[in-house]
Design a protein around this ligand. Structure first.
Ligand code: ZN
Length: 292
């Protein structure tokens, strides 16, 4: 659970909304993460528990959405039936870093979900990381959004991504076949296929399959959230959820700083792209591998 949440009700809320643990099977470890909208929790009956903790740094205090702001914002869900075959990138096309990234000068917070011998698990160095995108569900610009997000990840990490094709059904996701499987999902679809709901307070979830210190493949599911502002932007936007889940798909974990994209809750302080800690973590997963 996030360390900034305190009190028995906070513990109750954290149940089922955070890292769901590592589940060993014969050959691989699976890390499943769901991410929730703190603002909805804050509007619930648990509100009193989340009063500002005077002893905590300001960036550890959950930020309340101003009363009434919900009704004054544009509320949209997915505005179309998602990426289509016509809007997918061409098969095999690459998203490469614009320049070799450097570690950010500014201090930040980052974490990894899985470590072996103190080093973060990563995708193999042997070539581009493949990615797959679901068609038929999502915003009209879903393919462009995911490509934009991957370009930001490439620029921060030094990693290269290769489009490996579209898919239609969540049941077709096969992490062990490799790469990152990205899907926009309607409420309850994810529940059916993975036992984990996306929708309501749960904005998305990610799952990473490891073997040893290597990521075999991962998925990033982005929920249809009528409260999210469409496109990219700071705060509670569809883009910030997408960036957050793709961060998990590369093995970034949650941090307790609201100005980082890997903060586990949608927050008015969520950055446009990534915070300094997010970028440091991404650099260590790519160009900076082995630096620490
Ligand atoms: Zn998360």
């Amino acid at each position: 659970m996030a360390a900034g949440l305190k009190g028995p009700a906070a513990d109750a809320i954290a149940e089922g909304v955070e890292v769901h643990g590592l589940h060993a099977n014969a050959s691989a470890l699976v890390s499943t993460i769901v991410c929730v909208d703190l603002s909805n929790l804050l509007q619930s009956s648990h509100l009193a528990v989340f009063g500002p903790d005077a002893s905590a740094p300001i960036d550890r205090v959950p930020v309340l959405r101003a009363a009434g702001s919900r009704s004054s914002r544009q509320l949209v869900g997915f505005d179309a039936s998602g990426p289509t075959a016509a809007t997918l990138p061409s098969h095999g096309s690459l998203i490469t870093p614009t320049a070799l990234p450097s570690p950010p000068a500014q201090q930040g917070s980052y974490a990894f979900n899985s470590l072996v011998d103190g080093r973060p698990c990563r995708f193999a160095d042997s070539g581009p990381i493949g990615w797959h995108l679901r068609t038929g569900v999502g915003p009209h610009d879903g393919a462009e959004m995911v490509a934009t997000a991957l370009q930001v990840l490439a620029d921060a990490s030094g990693l290269t991504f290769r489009f490996d094709g579209g898919f239609e059904e969540l049941s077709q996701i096969e992490e062990v076949a490799g790469g990152i499987w990205v899907a926009f999902v309607e409420p309850d679809e994810a529940q059916h296929h993975t036992g984990m709901a996306v929708g309501g307070d749960t904005l998305g979830h990610a799952r990473v399959v490891f073997s040893g210190d290597q990521i075999l493949g991962s998925r990033a599911l982005i929920g249809n959230d009528p409260d999210a502002v469409p496109g990219f932007g700071p705060g509670h936007t569809l883009g910030s959820v997408l960036l957050h889940e793709l961060g998990h798909a590369l093995n970034l974990g949650h941090v307790d700083v609201a100005t980082e994209q890997m903060y586990p809750f949608a927050s008015p302080q969520s950055p446009l792209w990534f915070g300094p800690g997010d970028r440091m973590g991404l650099w260590l997963l790519g160009t900076g591998r082995g630096a620490r």
